[in-house]
Design a binder for this molecule. Structure first.
Ligand SMILES: Cc1cc2nc3c(=O)[nH]c(=O)nc-3n(C[C@H](O)[C@H](O)[C@H](O)COP(=O)(O)O)c2cc1C
Length: 170
């Protein structure tokens, strides 16, 4: 029987949901059994051989449902292979460089240290200005963040294929 993996995500405008969907599709294609769920309604990790958990980043923080999932299920996540990802920077070049060294939310780092994730990825995101509220448009303008879709699908698929290989090796 192929390992069953949970892909859980938190999104505000859909960019991160689509990343999670691509991760899930790549894992399925690689022969794994996959369940894809929003973090707010996601199953506990206990029924799964591995978990992938991701969130969009706003003002340096994960969205509440993904942060809550990490906190609530830290012990169960620590007991199985877990992969974390954030979706954020727009603009070309390495995401960590674009965000001045930011890799993962500082308030969640102690939990990540407990969980020992197999990997913590930071993917380019997408900003569609027409979807944003007024305050968000002002913040974007002040930060001079580029708008548009900068998601690197080849990189995301490579990352997911490495997860499949790791789970199939268990
Ligand atoms: C108001 C605002 C603040 C943001 N803050 C950050 C941030 O601190 N760090 C980051 O990497 N990306 C930041 N982003 C970019 C989003 O994380 C990115 O657009 C993400 O892909 C959106 O995902 P979603 O559509 O799933 O919500 C911000 C975007 C907006 C509109």
């Amino acid at each position: 029987m192929s390992p069953h993996v949970l892909v859980a995500y938190a999104t505000k405008y859909g960019a991160t949901r689509e990343i999670a969907e691509r991760v899930a599709a790549t894992l399925t294609h690689s022969g794994l059994e996959v369940t894809l769920q929003p973090a707010a309604q996601a199953d506990p990790p206990t029924a799964y051989a591995g978990v992938v958990l991701g969130s969009a980043v706003y003002a340096g923080r994960w969205l509440a449902p993904a942060a809550a999932y990490l906190k609530t299920h830290a012990a169960a996540l620590a007991a199985r292979p877990t992969w974390l990802f954030s979706s954020g920077p727009t603009g070309r070049g390495d995401p960590v460089t674009l965000m001045q060294g930011w890799r993962f939310p500082a308030d969640l780092q102690p939990l990540a240290d407990l969980i020992h994730p197999r990997d913590v990825a930071f993917f380019h995101g997408a900003i569609w200005p027409q979807k944003l509220n007024f305050a968000e448009r002002l913040i974007l303008k002040a930060l001079k963040a580029p708008t548009g879709d900068f998601r690197d699908w080849a990189h995301i698929e490579d990352w997911a294929r490495a997860i499949a290989a790791a789970l199939q090796a268990v």
